[in-house]
Ligand binder design. Structure first.
Ligand code: ATP
Ligand code: MG
Length: 243
């Protein structure tokens, strides 16, 4: 079943067509990887479908209901949550308090919210920062906090914007495992923007390739990474850029 359907969405900024007639579908319980060069429009697409920006044209459907132009709050209530490429936690609170609030926002019971939050914090590898104030956390820890908060809100669709960026390989492994578990154990549908190709290859059922605001191609990971157009537009630019 198609859970998320995007039909021809476009968005211009001062005449620049950042997103140009982009369409794609995501089946329930599947993982879509989104790749493309810097400025291709990946984050803008998340902004458009999660309600941070209103598309100039096009439509977005979630579970068969139109959510085009809905506010971020309405989109979250409809079952779709996103992470930010640059995270925005509540800086005055600890890691545990931040995630507990997200658990409660996701409908978790008050009595068990802190325990559920602590578990999630361990799963993303943030255990040693649990009672630390969020302010002053290193970027890698903030990224994992952002992921924990998004997961805590129990979405049906989770939009992840470069959650692995800034993590060293040893830190990436548990996060990738968590994403796989979310799909397998919790049935969460994932759409993730990522430059680290090893993660794209391992996690994605299919890959959407963007270039200059348009869909360049879409297909199985092995298929798109062999596509000469994808190599030219993205993969060939620097052999070390996506390791
Ligand atoms: N709020 C905005 N106002 C003006 N221009 C914007 C805005 N947001 C994005 N853009 C422009 O739209 C284009 C697409 O940007 P976007 O952030 O979506 O790219 P991206 O694919 O996420 O890139 P990256 O891989 O660097 O994160 C860029 O040219 C960017 O400068
Ligand atoms: Mg981006």
């Amino acid at each position: 079943m198609t859970l998320l359907r995007v039909d021809g969405i476009s968005k211009s900024f001062q005449g620049l067509r950042a997103v140009d007639e982009v369409s794609f579908e995501v089946a329930e319980g599947s993982i879509l990887g989104v790749i493309g060069p810097n400025g291709a429009g990946k984050t803008t697409i998340f902004n458009l479908i999660a309600g941070a920006l209103r598309p100039d044209s096009g439509r977005v459907h979630l579970a068969g209901r139109e959510i085009t132009g809905h506010t971020p709050h309405q989109v979250t209530a409809a079952g779709m949550t996103r992470t930010f490429q640059l995270m925005r936690p509540f800086y005055s609170m600890t890691v545990l308090e931040n995630v507990t609030i997200a658990v409660l926002a996701g409908g978790g019971a008050k009595r068990t919210a802190r325990t559920a939050a602590a578990e999630l914090i361990d799963r993303v590898g943030l255990g040693r920062w649990r009672d630390a104030p969020t302010e002053g956390l290193p970027t890698a820890a903030l990224k994992r906090l952002e992921l924990a908060r998004a997961v805590a809100s129990k979405p049906r669709v989770l939009l992840l914007d470069e959650v692995l960026a800034g993590l060293v390989p040893a830190e990436r492994a548990p996060v990738m495992e968590l994403l796989e578990q979310l799909r397998t154990d919790d049935g969460v549908t994932l759409v993730f923007v990522e430059h680290i190709m090893a993660a794209v290859m391992r996690l994605s059922d299919s890959v959407l390739v963007l270039d200059l605001g348009r869909v360049l191609t879409t297909g199985a990971p092995e298929e798109v990474t062999r596509d000469p157009r994808v190599i030219e537009a993205y993969l060939g630019e620097d052999p070390h850029a996506h390791a």
